[in-house]
Design a protein around this ligand. Structure first.
Ligand code: 6PG
Length: 253
């Protein structure tokens, strides 16, 4: 959303291959990180889970030009599992990136998803954010970058269609029950996503072509991924060729 309240127009970049998508996303990450470190001495990024970003994280791990000691890592959502679970978004990022770079342990802010009570884990992580960003009550953190994906039904982070989680406008982190997985998730709320300076969606593969078209071109849908419009921030969609096949020419410029 721009300052005027008009939704920010997404910057849509279509890359021929997934390798091209990861290279473009890594370049954007490095550029944003360099600018944030120059300006404020640190770069605050919230990572996405799922499988798509693994290629980006692996590529970032080979980029020594990034001042990793100035990067603070968070997660936009997490499954309600321990950090060593194969389902864990933290575990995926740690294996692909964090374990391969010189990032101080105190710069890695993992969601305490091993907590038996998912809502307690969400409230604990919210307190972590409020403390880190020195947030007065009612204010939202401004991440330099939030990386997101979208599921085939248009969810993003762990905000799923028709969920009451989409109505949350006060809390930063919540723990909705997700019927599709019959489990709790811990997730940023929409206001946190929409207060980011930059949100970068990654969409790869033919199985995402239909949802990418619906999210980016269907005005009558009401999908969670369509509700992400950073206020006064950038909205970037990095899409590979197979995921872009149903987009109109006008959408891709
Ligand atoms: C998660 C993610 C989720 C993901 C989408 C796309 O915890 O699974 O945060 O929102 O981005 O489900 O996942 P893929 O990249 O695996 O398609």
């Amino acid at each position: 959303m721009s300052e005027s309240g008009v939704p920010s127009k997404p910057e849509i970049r279509v890359l021929n291959t997934s390798a091209g998508l990861f290279a473009a996303a890594a370049e954007e990450f490095a550029t944003l990180a360099s600018a944030a470190v120059d300006r404020r001495g640190r770069f605050c990024v919230a990572l996405s889970g799922g499988s798509t970003p693994k290629g980006l994280y692996s590529l970032l791990a080979t980029m020594p030009s990034i001042s990793w000691d100035k990067v603070c890592f968070f997660w936009g959502d997490e499954r309600h599992v321990p950090p060593d679970s194969p389902e864990s978004n933290y575990r995926m990022a740690n294996e692909a990136l964090l374990s391969k770079i010189q990032v101080p342990a105190q710069n890695v802010y993992r969601i305490p998803s091993e907590e038996k009570d998912a809502d307690a884990a969400a409230r604990s992580y919210e307190q972590t954010l409020r403390t880190f960003f020195h947030l007065p009550a009612g204010e939202f953190p401004r991440f330099d970058l939030i990386i997101l994906g979208t599921g085939p039904e248009g969810h993003t982070a762990s905000l799923f269609p028709d969920s009451s989680a989409l109505e949350e406008n006060a809390r930063l982190v919540i723990a909705p029950w997700v019927n599709k997985f019959q489990s709790y998730r811990i997730t940023f709320t929409l206001p946190v996503l929409n207060h980011a300076a930059c949100v970068m969606f990654l969409a790869s593969g033919a199985d995402k072509a239909a949802i990418v078209r619906e999210v980016l071109e269907s005005g009558n849908s009401n999908l969670p991924a369509q509700k992400v419009h950073p206020i006064g921030g950038r909205l970037i969609w990095m899409i590979d060729g197979p995921a872009a096949t149903e987009l109109s020419q006008s959408a891709t410029g």
